[in-house]
Design a protein around this ligand. Structure first.
Ligand SMILES: Nc1nc2c(ncn2[C@@H]2O[C@H](COP(=O)(O)OP(=O)(O)O)[C@@H](O)[C@H]2O)c(=O)[nH]1
Ligand SMILES: [Mg+2]
Length: 194
């Protein structure tokens, strides 16, 4: 994908209606701080289009990034940040579920997992929600640059095993720092939008 232009087109809060878009959507889900915003920036070759933060739990909105007027990359609110009240976490859950359930243009959901950590209950729940809504999750193991080369493959296998992925499931390693996986993820996305 050659990136010509990208804009943050729509920001949806908990109470806003989802926009009626004419373009295919690819959504990104994952725990807060897993690297969603960094991944989106890397995918569209921008440094700070999507706000990254060392303060987890900041993104409480669904953000639609229009890429080349050809598709949307949709940044879903991150889950599982401990310092947020249960009530707000439940709202996020409903928001994500509503999105998965009612987005007519949604083509695929990318689930991000930090390669250094074993997927937790929230991650497994997210995986199940995605599948229950009829999508095959695309697993992206983020922050691969943070591990030594010798540890990366072992950690990647651990992520796949813990999620119970089959051999037909798609999983890739990614780094927003060095660009690992960027081309591969674009070619997967392109298959889903064409
Ligand atoms: N080394 C490294 N750090 C990353 C990578 N992706 C994200 N980060 C860092 O992890 C933190 C959270 O990233 P962010 O994209 O805001 O996560 P989000 O909450 O999922 O959107 C930030 O400090 C990022 O700089 C990566 O691939 N490699
Ligand atoms: Mg973010």
């Amino acid at each position: 994908m050659i990136i010509k232009n990208t804009t943050l087109e729509t920001v949806c809060g908990i109470t806003s209606r989802l926009p009626e878009n004419g373009l295919p959507e690819i959504a990104f889900a994952g725990k807060s701080n897993v690297g969603k915003s960094s991944l989106i920036n890397k995918m569209v070759c921008r440094k700070a289009l999507a706000r990254t933060s060392s303060e987890p739990g900041k993104t409480q909105t669904i953000n639609y990034y229009n890429v080349n007027n050809a598709l949307y990359l949709v940044d879903l609110p991150g889950y599982g940040y401990a310092r947020v009240s249960r009530e707000i976490q439940e709202k996020w859950g409903r928001m994500i579920e509503n999105y998965l359930h009612s987005s007519t243009r949604l083509r695929a959901v990318v689930l991000l997992i930090d390669i250094r950590h074993e997927p937790g209950e929230n991650d497994k729940m997210m995986y199940d929600w995605i599948a229950a809504n009829g999508f095959r999750p695309i697993i992206v193991a983020t922050k691969a640059d943070k591990l030594k080369r010798s540890q990366v493959e072992k950690a990647f296998i651990k992520v796949k095993e813990t999620l119970g992925l089959g051999k037909d499931d798609i999983a890739i390693k990614f780094s927003a720092t060095d660009g690992t996986g960027r081309e591969e993820l674009w070619s997967i996305i392109e298959e889903y939008i064409n």
